[in-house]
Design a protein around this ligand. Sequence first.
Ligand SMILES: *Cc1c(COP(=O)(O)O)cnc(C)c1O
Length: 439
Amino acid sequence: MRNQDLLNRSLAAVWHPCTQMKQHESLPLIPIARGQGAWLEDFDGNRYLDAVSSWWVNLFGHSNPRINAALKDQLERLEHVILAGFTHQPVVELSERLARLTGLGHAFYGSDGASATEIALKMSFHFWRNTGKPLKTNFISLQNSYHGETVGALSVTDVALFKDTYAPLLRQSVQVPSPDARLAAPGESDAAFAQRCAESLEQYLAQHHEETAALILEPLIQGAAGMGMYHPSYLQQARSLCDRYNVHLIADEIAVGFGRTGTMFACEQAGIRPDFICLSKGITGGYLPLSAVLTTDTVYAAFYDDRVARGFLHSHSYTGNALACRAALATLDIFEEDNVLEKNRETAAQLTTALEPVRMHPLVRNFRHKGMIWAFEVDTHDPQFAVKFYQSALTLGLLLRPIGNTVYLMPPYILGEEEISILANTTLALLNGIKPSST
Ligand SMILES: *Cc1c(COP(=O)(O)O)cnc(C)c1O
């Protein structure tokens, strides 16, 4: 009853993201009344296991008591203050801690992932301009990359469905071959394929480095491309090529940061440090919109000058919001106090074992796993596969949103044993429910 009421009012008043609204004539919205741990609950008492961490943001569950307590405390002190000309404790402490974790510094804040991408692109371009290389105005990204959907971020994104319509608005950028292991030649190892892609990058840079400002990439996993995973050696190669050709390396760790790939940041697995790191999504544990870009002392120094216009004159109204920074601090506290990366290794091993029948399922291709992400393709030609799978999953109490034929699990880090079996068993039941006629 209340579900239905809220659903109808939402359809009348809210324009939902990444949605053809007409599809909701047949696909019901799910009004959510409350969240607890890994579970979402609607007004009729139906529960859904949030196996996509509410679009990759939630790390430690909904209504987490520790993040709640930190926010309540912050609420009594300071909710927000202009960050130009002013500062506050949560933003200072967060910047110091992110610097220690990333090996970069000078944290610049935005509110969403896409704004972090914009900030990094603009900073890179402006750095070259400030240092006497104004011709370096172009950006390179990987084929099938995703860096957000504002106009600048969309320019370096390579997902046709999101990009093609807006092509006339976008700046040209160049896509180099993606080392996504699914694209390797038959029999070619991940490492050999990564090497081959790095050679293409080198060929491009050798010719075009003078007009290239930066290479932006998603380290280790291209999320929106359908969790395309690649060998870390590509990152090492990209780092040394960027050094050799005087091009910035921007690591978009918006999705993979904060423990998703098994290390705090994905770049650590390649032992490299980028020139810019973009962070968002998990940064506040999925509580509040916040993003950050950290960079090197070299980049920072090129803006530090008596002339105002050489500074980075970029801002968002909510830059460094105190509540969001406090949620991020509480999130980092949980990482430290609970030894989360270590504990995730156990959780991941358990879920991987529980998913063995899924890996062996006759319709499953390319089963892969890294850190707290699992993904596979389903062998079907049904163009409606993703939406059908999503709907069937909901009827079984599971929130999964396939990308095309790719089913992925990206759960919060707090899954217990029972939730691990529910997640694995329901995924298997969904695969068993796919009708042969629709493959
Ligand atoms: C989600 C995402 C973004 C964009 O973040 P928004 O907060 O949705 O703007 C950028 N890059 C990557 C890799 C992402 O996964």
